[in-house]
Write a protein that binds this ligand. Structure first.
Ligand SMILES: C[S@@+](CC[C@H](N)C(=O)[O-])C[C@H]1O[C@@H](n2cnc3c(N)ncnc32)[C@H](O)[C@@H]1O
Length: 277
């Protein structure tokens, strides 16, 4: 069994002051967001993060420092952390119902799962990531941002999370998110088993989202998914808006059945007499 790195041990002693409601972006003191956020993105960031903007800025700072040093984010990404990463991911929040449970598959350095946990304190978030270097960063980030009550980290693959083990129930959630993890057919195979019946996969995709739907809709249906839908998020807030593909888990498909013994032309199993069932 793979190890499970949980981070739900209550508030961290090292949590930053802004979590306790120290001066926010509109307060009297300079805030972390004032220092790191490009001025032309400030309105969008305020619209998407609201009074959690300083927490988002603290996460951006972590990505730009520890995230780069540990090789989780390329140094060339730091000038575009807000527009390409934080704002895009936060825009997905409009597709997620109030109070939902959420599993983020292949979180990497926390995108989009940690961003959504920052923007939406009403969510309960599980970050699923197989690589130890990444889960170590995630666990530390969750503690430093004071998010231990709403976010936990599962080290393992999505398939393992969905399968459960002798010591652990299978993980499930209302919403399963993913960004930059796999094409839609593979994503559906990994993510739909993690959604409750009627729950949804919400995958952040790029410009080729419509082609992906055309290519993989049949595979998604075989996996128990409904018709994939394309939605634009953050319209009038970010430019361009974020594109997501959503798939509802309409049917619960069990594990692939093993092939039975070959049947003869008459419908009887080879080597059996009489009963065919
Ligand atoms: C390209 S990174 C994207 C990370 C992050 N979602 C982002 O947008 O920056 C893909 C991530 O998916 C993870 N991954 C790959 N296969 C996976 C699986 N079957 N289950 C869960 N995570 C997986 C990898 O370890 C990696 O961290």
């Amino acid at each position: 069994m793979r190890s499970v790195g949980r981070s739900d041990a209550g508030p961290s002693r090292s949590r930053p002051s802004h979590v306790d409601g120290a001066a926010g972006p509109s307060g009297d003191h300079p805030s972390p967001a004032d220092a790191t956020l490009p001025p032309d993105l400030a309105d969008a960031a305020r619209a998407l993060f609201g009074d959690r903007l300083d927490l988002a800025a603290a996460y951006a700072e972590l990505l730009a420092t520890d995230g780069v040093v540990r090789g989780l984010i390329g140094p060339r990404e730091t000038p575009r952390l807000w527009d390409r990463h934080l704002l895009n991911c936060a825009a997905m929040a409009e597709r997620i119902p109030e109070g939902a449970s959420l599993i983020d598959v292949g979180s990497g350095a926390g995108l989009p799962g940690l961003v959504l946990a920052i923007a939406r304190p009403d969510l309960t978030v599980t970050l699923v990531e197989p690589l130890a270097r990444r889960t170590t960063f995630l666990i530390e980030a969750v503690e430093r941002l004071g998010l231990t009550r709403s976010v936990r980290v599962f080290r393992g693959r999505a398939e393992e999370a969905a399968a459960g083990s002798r010591d652990r129930e299978p993980l499930t959630a209302d919403i399963v998110t993913a960004r930059a993890v796999a094409p839609l057919d593979r994503l559906a195979a990994w993510c739909l088993p993690l959604a409750v019946a009627g729950g949804r996969l919400v995958a952040l995709k790029g410009a080729s989202a419509a082609e992906e739907i055309a290519e993989h809709a049949a595979a998604v249906a075989r996996l128990g998914g409904g018709e994939p839908e394309l939605h634009r998020c953050g319209v009038d807030v970010i430019d361009p808006p974020a594109t997501v593909i959503e798939v509802v888990r309409e049917r619960v498909i069990g594990p692939a059945r093993k092939k039975g013994p070959k049947r003869s032309r008459g419908g009887r199993r080879r080597g059996t007499q009489g009963r065919d069932r």
